[in-house]
Unconditional design. Structure first.
Length: 177
């Protein structure tokens, strides 16, 4: 579909909206070596099963990197890889990891947005849109919703393309026609 070149894309949507599948499809369209950057931590059996399901669905051909906290350092390291095409799945779990460790998510999000704006390889980032539901009833959940929304805004501003997924259907939000 496209030769190697600069391409950054944020893919957002709700749970089970098809974000990961869309990211995999878009990444495979590039001529390069596929790298999957996982931010999830397998802390319980349910999350282990989810990770196994995603890995099986993606199939062979992906080199996996785990970056639950230092995502930017991982992405910077991939600059040295041969013809990398990178999928990050997902920013929302990364935000959760940072929040639960009381790390500076604002600074981390700004650093990520800076990298996305200058990324020299095709980069696809998956994130949940969590701000479309009700206002959470506790401070931690409200902080999570707010921080995830702010992170998505920063990355969306830096990315060349933003796609919103709903019911498995992609809707291009950026660039606008």
């Amino acid at each position: 579909m496209q030769a190697m070149g600069r391409k950054t894309c944020l893919i957002i949507g709700g749970a089970r909206s098809g974000k990961s599948s869309q990211g995999e499809k878009l990444a495979r369209a590039f001529d390069g070596n596929l790298h999957y950057v996982a931010t999830a931590e397998a802390l319980d059996a349910e999350m282990q099963a989810r990770i196994a399901h995603h890995k099986a669905a993606r199939g062979d051909g992906w080199q996996t990197h785990e970056a639950p906290l230092d995502l930017v350092a991982c992405l910077e390291g991939l600059v040295r890889a041969e013809r990398p095409v990178v999928l990050v799945d997902c920013l929302t779990l990364w935000a959760t990891n940072l929040i639960l460790r009381d790390m500076d998510i604002g600074a981390a999000g700004s650093a990520l947005a800076g990298f996305v704006a200058e990324c020299p390889y095709p980069l696809f980032l998956v994130a949940n849109e969590v701000g479309l539901g009700i206002v959470p009833d506790n401070a931690l959940a409200r902080r999570f919703r707010d921080e995830a929304g702010l992170l998505n805004q920063k990355v969306a501003a830096a990315a060349e393309t933003v796609i919103f997924m709903a019911a498995g259907l992609p809707m291009t939000m950026k660039p606008t026609s």
